[in-house]
Design a protein around this ligand. Sequence first.
Ligand code: SAM
Length: 233
Amino acid sequence: MSNKRKFYIVSTPIGNLEDITYRAIRILSEVDIILCEDTRVTGKLLSNYNISAKLESYNAHASQHKENKIIDNVKSGVVYALVSDAGTPTISDPGVKIIQSLYKELGNDIDIVSIPGATALITALSSSGFIGNQFTFYGFLPHKKGRNKIFKEIFNSDRISIFYESPHRIIKTLKYLCDNYHDSNRNIYIARELTKLYEEKVIGNIDYIFNYFDNNKDKVRGEFVVVIDKNNK
Ligand code: SAM
């Protein structure tokens, strides 16, 4: 058995609180400190599972001082779990920086243990019906610079493309795709509010998808994953 220091990356639900593994619950109950983005969000999850744990906030703006403290604690034997508000930490969420710092400081004496679980991109891809052996995940697209270049890349690609989109931008994005890639035969799959009460999935060509959301403004809310199929011609 390894006597390396351990640091856990724990996936939590993306909506439905039942979507968490037994192992994740056990680890969250056993660690000394849980690092989380928002103590209220994680507090709700923990209270649902009767876990009383010490929560500390950790986000993309964490100071160097905070990181150093975490590293010193890990060296002296404190066991941490890192969670994000939803899904898998480090996937369009904070966490990479502390992992890099731990590897830098401890090399192979640190064991970063990822407890697998929900992530929105895989949840969406797996129900799309697209043959998903090869795909590119873009996370959140840049708001301005480089955005249209990425769309060009997506529509030239022979892979499935997946990105995260906010409800404030989804119509604008779909309109842009409609205006510029109208002739494409690619199917688009939009997965909204996955695992939640108002979960909805819509599949169709670009025109159909744009018109669907443009005509149903009440559906332009919540969280979105956009999956664009490869060119099937
Ligand atoms: N770490 C998360 C994961 O593993 O998927 C992603 C966090 S990122 C800050 C949040 C974005 O993920 C949302 O804006 C949305 O695009 C996507 N997302 C998260 N939960 C979702 C859900 N239940 N349904 C659809 N999209 C979701």
